[in-house]
Design a protein around this ligand. Sequence first.
Ligand code: FAD
Ligand code: NAD
Length: 457
Amino acid sequence: MENFDAIIIGAGQAGPSLAAKFAAQGHKTALVERKWLGGTCVNNGCTPTKTLIASAKAIHTAKRGAEFGFNVLGEIKTDMKLVKKRKDEIVQRSTNGLQNWLSNVTNLEIIEGHAKFMANTIIQIGERKISAPKIFINVGTRARVPQDVQHVPHFTNSTIMDVDFVPKHLIILGGSYIGLEFAQMYRRFGSKITVIETNTELVPREDGDVSKELKNILEGEGIEFKLGATNLNASQHSKGIKISLESNNGAINLIGSHLLVATGRLPNTHDLGLENTDLILNKNGYIAVDEYLKTNVEGIWALGDVNAKGAFTHTAYNDFEIVADHIFQDSKRSINDRIPCYALFTDPPLARIGITEKEALKSNNKLLIGHRPFFKISRAKENGEENGFMKVIIDADTEQILGATILGLNGDEIIHGMLDIMYAKASYRTILNAVHIHPTVTELIPTMLGELKPLNF
Ligand SMILES: Cc1cc2nc3c(=O)[nH]c(=O)nc-3n(C[C@H](O)[C@H](O)[C@H](O)COP(=O)(O)OP(=O)(O)OC[C@H]3O[C@@H](n4cnc5c(N)ncnc54)[C@H](O)[C@@H]3O)c2cc1C
Ligand SMILES: NC(=O)c1ccc[n+]([C@@H]2O[C@H](COP(=O)([O-])OP(=O)(O)OC[C@H]3O[C@@H](n4cnc5c(N)ncnc54)[C@H](O)[C@@H]3O)[C@@H](O)[C@H]2O)c1
């Protein structure tokens, strides 16, 4: 048995920074990773998808040349091998950077292999057994593949990263964050796309007006949707995959060349040896934690997607900050201080902070709402990007912003102004009275805030 001061399992978005922090404080630290440094985000999540989306956007803009006053000589054709090469290089840069950084940290050992608990304080990696009084679980999630399609060839967010051709007709199961980013990207690369979603609306967690506007935008690019899908049946076909289903439009048979499954995630707790510990899981297999990310077992913490307190890179990294502050600075920072924020990186992006309108309507407080479509924003008109809208929900008594949505040009960046005001717990009037730069999308946020209407009174 080898003894360490701290063991971190998983080198995703929280693990490496936490490991480096422990090591920097002079603690003998082990960081165990079974596959790739950087985890999902760097290898088959955020970094590669946003890189592919950038290629897709460039191709799309080139195809709009005539609109902006230029001609492209010859056909605009995706070279998927080059698209993939660019993606691989950018991913490689990140993983190399991580490798260089971590391998030079004193007191830190990176152990390659699959970690399994043998007891609350003992971890096995192959033949090696290591122990520590402090163990941090950062093992993330993997794609959930429904039983209906397990028997037919399919891609997940991981395996689609190896694709270096443009599928003729890509059927995508799941019309939410992962499904829609891939749908638009592959449509722009040149695939025919059909998205199948069991819910009657896309991105079902969002407000109905958001789902509808996104559907309109994506249909405008030629993406087809089969919503309210039930009785799904999948089989192999000489031309690829055959899928039959019932949907809002009745019984449907589809034949696609390829299938991508984007129907949610499962926590990587199934093969972690948790049966040898006293750890409590919630009903979906995620590790139960308190507001400081402590599990029910003294000396074990769970960070990142595996604790179900967030499902994003920024929430995983914030978990690291909370735990590190707690252990090394005795701070009272907790996840209760965190305001929900995320973006869906379609074009235009959907940016969301705080609560949605449908969540707000459950409140008994007096609420105000502001709304502005992008076709009434000069910068959007000038850029030829008039799709979408922004809206904001405000508590009428405290004047604080409770939530906001921007589905439109640069929304993923612009929304942070409102997010920071929420963290400051300041009145929306701070933004209302501020002078912003013209011509920007941001300058219309005060205009929207000047036209608030009662939402529920
Ligand atoms: C397609 C896609 C796009 C995304 N885009 C975005 C985005 O744009 N923005 C955003 O904020 N989030 C995005 N996400 C979500 C983001 O990737 C995750 O929230 C984030 O990676 C979670 O980090 P984590 O540290 O919890 O886990 P992970 O990054 O999944 O890391 C977990 C690590 O643990 C390792 N591991 C697991 N089990 C063991 C074991 N037993 N032993 C040793 N090692 C183990 C894994 O190999 C992995 O490296 C996206 C996700 C996907 C799938
Ligand atoms: N931009 C980002 O930050 C970003 C991008 C992609 C993913 N992510 C992360 O990844 C997580 C998972 O994303 P996701 O889109 O896979 O999951 P999700 O849980 O958001 O959506 C899954 C969708 O699949 C549908 N579905 C479930 N079973 C189905 C079936 N059998 N047939 C058809 N549809 C079915 C659901 O109704 C749902 O709409 C997100 O919660 C997010 O945290 C983040």
